[in-house]
Design a protein around this ligand. Structure first.
Ligand SMILES: Cc1cc2nc3c(=O)[nH]c(=O)nc-3n(C[C@H](O)[C@H](O)[C@H](O)COP(=O)(O)OP(=O)(O)OC[C@H]3O[C@@H](n4cnc5c(N)ncnc54)[C@H](O)[C@@H]3O)c2cc1C
Length: 336
């Protein structure tokens, strides 16, 4: 669908680069791609969804238009599904750090699992929300001597056959434990409090798996120390050791805005001022979602989605001046 732009050099990675795959970034990516542009979408996390999948995947959201009482994860699944068939390249585990002019476009420097990488685009939409949602650090005695302590959700198949200790009460810990057990890992799930969090379906599956012995549940329990192959816990005041080839510490995510706060966008604290068309102080750089100053106290999904539509359509016109800003009605168009 992408048509080469007369205004920007062909060696760029995409017409539009979106930083952040939360609801605002996903919808911005949709709209820019829907207008026929190529889009690169970056997120520091291993999955899209921003705050919804990182901080409250197990809760229902009541105020997204047209999706009454939708689980947060379903809101994101719909936004992701809307990108099907569109020219959007995903780069997860990718943290945007620098922004530099690149002719009439922009160069964004990022760290990726394969090392540093530069992305070139005609326009940038910054939808970084509260900041990069990075896993909380693991603070367990012995963690530095254990060969395989992780703080992010792994590919379950990679750990099949291993003894895996999953530590944490967040929904991601419950889900990871279930997926790892299904993939053939010997899983122990532990948390310092009595209960685990998760969707009703995941909590039901966890109870079944615990009862059938498919995985072991230890809660409330305190993880006291790690050795290179095992973990020592205290359960009901008694010492309890489990084998642990891999230790997965899932304590949730903390937002970090600092990677983009050096970008010269006239920051107002944690906000980027946005003018007409969601423009920032830099030509060709747009902002949407929680980060945009115009939203003020309305840090809401619905507000971010609207800002994303405005930003993406102005970005489309910026990159391809032959495209009108106004997109027209999607109901009058077909993708193919
Ligand atoms: C507990 C809780 C409940 C909520 N409930 C509701 C509700 O019921 N209704 C509602 O409307 N709103 C709710 N909200 C608010 C809503 O989640 C936010 O308004 C929304 O997520 C903002 O979307 P966003 O895309 O702007 O940012 P985010 O969701 O924060 O997504 C930003 C994304 O950008 C990524 N990112 C940031 N910096 C970088 C970087 N440098 N490089 C790469 N990636 C980066 C982050 O990792 C993240 O994935 C709730 C929020 C919380 C915390």
């Amino acid at each position: 669908m992408s048509v080469p732009s007369p205004a920007f050099p062909p060696e760029r990675d995409a017409d539009v680069l979106v930083v952040g795959a939360g609801p605002a970034g996903l919808h911005a990516a949709f709209y820019a791609a829907w207008r026929g542009l190529s889009v690169t979408l970056l997120d520091a996390r291993h999955e899209p969804g921003g705050q919804l999948t990182a901080l409250y995947p197990d809760r229902r959201v009541y105020d997204v238009p047209g999706l009454p009482a939708a689980p947060a994860a379903d809101v994101i699944a719909g936004l992701v599904r809307q990108l099907d068939g569109l020219n959007v390249q995903w780069h997860l585990h990718t943290l945007a750090r620098t922004l530099e002019p690149d002719g009439e476009g922009w160069r964004v420097g990022a760290t990726t699992p394969d090392g540093p990488r530069t992305f070139r685009a005609g326009a940038v939409i910054l939808a970084a929300g509260l900041g990069a949602l990075l896993p909380r650090e693991a603070r367990v005695p012995g963690a530095d001597t254990h060969p395989d302590v992780r703080t992010d959700v792994p590919d379950a198949a990679e750990l099949a056959g291993r003894h895996v200790l999953v530590v944490g009460g967040v929904p991601q810990a419950t889900r990871a434990a279930l997926e790892l057990a299904q993939a053939g890992a010997q899983v122990t799930l532990t948390h310092r409090r009595a209960g685990f969090r998760g969707s009703p379906a995941d909590l039901g599956a966890l109870e079944d798996a615990g009862r059938s012995g498919q995985l072991k549940l230890l809660a409330p329990a305190t993880l006291t120390t790690l050795t290179p192959t095992s973990a020592s816990l205290t359960v009901d005041g008694q010492p309890h050791d489990v084998k642990a080839d891999t230790v997965l510490i899932l304590n949730g995510y903390l937002p970090d805005l600092t990677p983009v706060q050096g970008w010269p966008l006239d920051w107002q604290g944690e906000y980027v001022p946005d003018g007409v068309g969601s423009r920032t102080a830099l030509p060709g750089v747009f902002v949407a979602g929680d980060l945009a100053a115009s939203g003020q106290d309305f840090k809401l999904i619905s507000v971010g989605l609207a800002q994303a539509a405005v930003a993406a359509n102005h970005a489309a016109h910026h990159v391809r001046p032959d495209l009108r800003v106004r997109p027209g009605h999607s109901s009058e168009k077909r993708l193919s």
